[in-house]
Write a new protein. Structure first.
Length: 303
């Protein structure tokens, strides 16, 4: 979970408890610091996630200080000597990632929170990818898992492991703003939209807020003119340095249709709770508490 939602506290707690904690994308110098801080919390392996529309050479260099690199949203290509996983939304993408040398793929279902590459339910995609690659090739399953029964179901269906985002957003160690977590505790539904697409015009699953209420009245994807503007300006926007993107995000207002992908973090601007994306997966209606991440890992892994 990028942009400060998953930093060293969360990744360290997950790894220390036996999971593979993952630090989300940040500016390269911040990634280095987060990896170093995570190493002080645990000597177990840790991963870094890089979003390909934003990742440059310096991000891959910084990420090489972690044990594994996870990539998402773009043409799979090996750019690290470390263990490499690519998150995919289709059988074709999984095949391409394997051909490009990925050590494993993550098959992301449509239930997932955040940016949604998958177009089919996670179990269906898992079965299709399982059938398309050799039996010993590891597939991780992402989307909709929030308890031990969900983990078991995916493992029984041939997943080597399970990837959880939304459940770990709702932990004490996540970087989500407390008001963001409070909205999610009340949430009973999500919507897939392209509203928060400045710099990254891709579908994402969010919980409704003032911005979605104002701009998704006629089309859940967002106004057509806004989506066209996002597509046109994305190459220039995605090159704006992260710090400048955060300064821009602080000026976002629900009434003004200029919405980037930054989410409300503990140390970020609180306006993003109503004028930014409240990323969450479909399983948010089954999550009623904010927990300790280590405790959750142990619970998810229990039989
Ligand atoms: C708040 C949030 C932020 C996310 N950010 C990223 C990201 O930066 N990179 C990425 O590969 N996936 C990201 N994802 C998607 C996850 O990798 C994963 O596919 C998803 O969380 C699984 O579904 P779940 O949310 O139902 O557990 C994010 C998900 C959430 C909920």
């Amino acid at each position: 979970m990028g942009g400060g939602l998953a930093g060293h506290e969360l990744a360290g707690a997950v790894s220390a408890a036996g999971g593979l904690g993952t630090i989300g994308i940040l500016a390269p110098q911040d990634l280095r610091q987060e990896i170093a801080a995570c190493r002080r919390l645990t000597d177990r392996p840790v991963a870094v996630n890089l979003l390909l529309p934003f990742a440059r050479g310096a991000h891959f260099e910084a990420a090489s200080e972690a044990d594994a690199v996870v990539t998402f949203w773009g043409r799979p290509k090996r750019r690290t000597a470390k263990v490499w996983l690519h998150q995919c939304g289709s059988v074709e993408e999984a095949r391409a990632a394997r051909a490009a040398g990925a050590d494993a793929v993550i098959a992301q279902g449509f239930e997932a929170g955040g940016h949604v590459r998958g177009t089919r339910p996670a179990l269906e995609l898992l079965a299709q990818v399982r059938a398309a690659v050799p039996d010993d090739y590891p597939i991780l399953s992402a989307g909709g898992v929030f308890d031990a029964a969900g983990v078991k179901e995916r493992l029984d269906a041939g997943a080597a492991a399970v990837v959880c985002g939304t459940r770990f957003l709702m932990t004490h160690e996540s970087g989500a703003h407390p008001a963001y977590q409070a909205r999610l505790l009340e949430a009973r539904e999500t919507v897939v939209t392209e509203l928060f697409g400045a710099g990254w015009p891709a579908p994402h699953r969010v919980v409704p807020n003032a911005a979605t209420a104002r701009w998704l009245r006629t089309d859940s994807r967002g106004p057509g003119w806004l989506r066209a503007f996002h597509r046109m300006t994305a190459p220039a926007f995605s090159r704006i340095p992260v710090q400048a993107q955060f300064r821009l995000a602080a000026t976002q207002r629900a009434i003004r249709p200029m919405f980037g992908p930054a989410a409300a973090t503990v140390d970020g601007p609180p306006n993003l709770v109503d004028a930014g994306p409240l990323y969450a997966g479909e399983c948010i209606d089954r999550i009623d508490d904010v927990r300790a991440a280590g405790e959750l890992v142990r619970e998810l892994a229990s039989d």
